[in-house]
Design a protein around this ligand. Structure first.
Ligand code: ATP
Ligand code: MG
Ligand code: MG
Ligand code: MG
Length: 476
């Protein structure tokens, strides 16, 4: 089944079950300055769940375009390294606004996966929130779910909240066991492990409580349902692939990158990462620009700029020295405009914006990359295994060449050298203090929020490397 077919099958299935098919909303959340990008299907229904807005339906289904790069959900650095994360992805969802609850949500999800899509129950597992006996018992009643496949997990994985206050509740997730070879191979690997073996397919959120300022939870008079399933993951599973990037949603993009770079996919692990990142970031760029986000140095535009620059740098890693990214984005628009007709209206803009960024950044990228390469060479020669790229140096690259720290991280990872993220963040912080002073009194509140969020996140994140390679270092 192709990705396009799965999308249609999902919406049609829930339509049959009395759901109204609602169009995906924009990646720029309407009226919600607290959120950088739409990162789940429920975002456009927030006010409906809160009871602040009435619709003429109580059941809805969507295929929502989402971006998880920045803010609370940030998968930017996972892309290319895990088999299941994208910055841009499509989330399939069904929603009940005070109508059906756990029983139907569980039954629909099970029926859709096993009957409509034909997944083998023998491979499926479900998780429920630790204290949610009701969900546990409902799953026990699903006849063809093999015994012993329901696991109880804690708050981090199986409890959902809209914010510090507001609607919240336990969730239940459906996972597919893809076999030992798909995962970390550790003996303790099980549902909830962060590797790709027990692939999380679908999250069913049971909005059941209202949490007030004091943290007290009171049952909602009309509990609701919010679910989300990543289309790319289902497509890969149904097509017998262990990596989302091997599904038909990505194959034409990867083929194109192979062609323009003259390199083969699956021939070299660094090249694989480069190709996947470019394919992913081209989708994100295409959709963000089409929703009106433009590269800039603040807020949403800054995230887009980071995404574009990262893709362009990975192009260099594949030996692509000239402009190539606009071509990849145009292909994404070709492939996706049937499902997302609004892409058609943005094609010219997309071409212009991407070419512009690529020309602008291309000139300084090469100089910055050369500087970084010689610095790494010097450090490795002088310090050997203890070599660590200095935070001030990274900041200088950022400040002079517009080199986002992601690029330094990517290069460091490829070269197996540590870098001083804390030192970089401190330098950023200093600059942020200065610019914050100069922002005062300007009318860019929501953009500031985005920048703050990003910087906040940068400051807190401690990069510990992929696999078990420790890349982060601290300065003594
Ligand atoms: P994971 O644990 O794999 O990071 P998650 O628990 O963060 O996923 P949810 O917030 O529960 O994901 O989102 C609902 C569904 O959306 C997931 O079950 C998954 O199918 C899909 N999904 C989430 N994040 C991504 C992503 N970055 N790329 C592709 N699909 C995603
Ligand atoms: Mg996640
Ligand atoms: Mg999860
Ligand atoms: Mg989840």
């Amino acid at each position: 089944m192709t990705g396009n077919e799965i999308r249609t099958r999902f919406l049609e299935y829930f339509k049959q079950k009395g759901h109204t098919i609602v169009e995906s909303s924009s990646l720029v959340p309407h009226d919600d300055p607290t959120l950088l990008f739409t990162n789940a299907g429920m975002v456009q229904f927030k006010r409906v769940f809160m009871g602040e807005e009435q619709r003429d339906y109580v059941r809805a289904t969507t295929c929502q375009r989402c971006v998880r790069a920045g803010g609370k959900h940030n998968d930017l650095e996972n892309v290319g390294h895990t088999a299941r994360h994208h910055t841009f992805f499509e989330m399939l969802g069904n929603f009940s606004f005070g109508d059906y609850f756990k029983k139907e949500a569980i039954e629909y999800a099970w029926e859709f996966l096993t009957r409509e899509l034909g997944l083998d129950p023998e491979q499926l597992w479900v998780s429920v929130f630790r204290d949610d006996d009701e969900a546990y018992e409902l799953w026990e009643q699903i006849e063809d779910l093999p015994k012993g496949r329901i696991v109880r997990l804690g708050e981090a994985d199986n409890f959902w909240a809209m914010g510090d206050t507001g609607p919240c509740g336990p969730c239940s997730e459906i996972h597919i066991d893809q076999g030992v070879e798909a995962g970390c191979g550790r003996p303790e690997c099980a549902v909830g492990c962060d590797c790709d073996r027990f692939l999380e397919l679908w999250n069913l959120v049971f909005m059941q409580y209202y949490r007030d300022e004091s943290g007290k939870m009171t049952p909602l008079p009309k509990p609701s349902i919010d679910t989300g399933m990543g289309l790319e993951r289902v497509a890969a599973v149904l097509q017998g692939k262990l990596n989302n990037f091997d599904s038909d949603l990505f194959t034409p993009i990867i083929d194109h990158i192979e062609k323009i770079s003259g390199r083969r996919y699956k021939a070299d692990s660094n090249d694989n990462v480069s190709m996947r990142v470019i394919a992913d970031h081209a989708r994100a760029t295409t959709f963000l620009v089409s929703d009106g986000v433009l590269p800039s140095n603040e807020g949403r535009g800054y995230v887009l700029r980071r995404i574009m620059r990262r893709a362009i740098r990975f192009g260099r890693a594949l030996g692509l020295s000239g402009p190539f990214f606009a071509g990849v984005c145009a292909l994404v628009a070709d492939l996706m405009e049937e499902a997302y007709p609004h892409l058609r209206d943005a094609r010219q803009l997309l071409d212009k914006v991407v070419n512009n960024e690529e020309n602008r950044f291309g000139e300084t990228l090469d100089k910055g990359l050369a500087m970084l390469a010689s610095e790494i060479e010097r450090l490795q020669k002088e310090q050997g295994d203890r070599a660590c790229i200095d935070g001030q140096f990274i900041f200088k690259l950022y400040d002079t060449y517009g080199f986002p720290v992601d690029i330094v991280r990517d290069v460091a990872l490829e070269k197996g050298i540590a870098f001083d993220e804390a030192g970089f963040n401190a330098a950023m912080e200093q600059q942020r203090e200065q610019s914050r002073k100069s922002w005062k009194g300007t009318d860019v509140d929501h953009l500031d929020q985005g920048v703050l969020e990003l910087l906040e996140q940068g400051r807190q994140s401690q990069f510990v490397g992929y696999s078990n390679r420790e890349i982060h270092c601290t300065v003594e």
